[in-house]
Design a protein around this ligand. Sequence first.
Ligand code: ZN
Length: 295
Amino acid sequence: MMKSMDGMIHRFRIGQIDCTALSDGYLVYAPPTFPRPADLLFLNAPKDRLDEMLREDGLDLQEWAEFRSGYTCLLIKTGEHVVLVDTGAGDLGPHTGRLLDSLALDGMSPEDVDSVLITHAHPDHLGGNADDQGRCRFPMAEWIISEREWDFWTGGQAERDLPEHGREVIIGCARRNLSVLEEHVRLVRGEEQILPGVAVIPAPGHTPGQSAVRVSSQGDTLYCVSDVVLHPLHVRRPRWVAVVDMLPTQTVATRESLLQRAAAEEALVMGFHFPFPGLGHLVPRGDGWDWVPLV
Ligand SMILES: [Zn+2]
């Protein structure tokens, strides 16, 4: 059963587990705040090859001036538990912070959520943790994040390692939205099944402690890969990294192993920044995969 409502929610099933892709809205990445899309997303791509690939998608490298990125969170309903993966960007941009509206469209309230999994502590993934008064927006939830990611952002390493551009905004957002979790947070190390059918998988590179999520039931599988890939072309060309991938070599290694694993399981894959609802399949092609969107 598939159902979309106004491009804000998209319901689907993985075996017996109900899932909903929840839109938090979108952000337009363009100069002067951000580099041009090709420089933002494909930092090390040979320009002639990139030009060729973009043309296949009907884009012109010279004219490509903005990247309009959807922000899509995932709700997992196992029957006993309701797990939210990422909380969106809050008030980061004029068109972000729609997660609670999407949740309501799905017939759910913030109190229904009993686990919130933060894939990594970038503003677009955790900006919806705290409300205006600095309280947790999901008051009943246990919050799950990798220990590596938590330590990076709370232990002073982010201040040392982040490039100056945007550092204040990114670190400020992480501080504000992580500090509210302190009493409610559960830190995970390595791959861990957090609930029946729901596992957290280390996916470092984009940030040092990023996590992906695997949902499986009755032979159906979903890999919610967060920012392991930011654009469908990263699936086709897994070695092309973005300027925001903190550890480029690690990013490529994680992409190759995680996407290989997902392709071998013929799993559905979900990308946070892909066009809504961000769902698709991988078909092996050369050094990468073709991205086949589900809808
Ligand atoms: Zn992101």
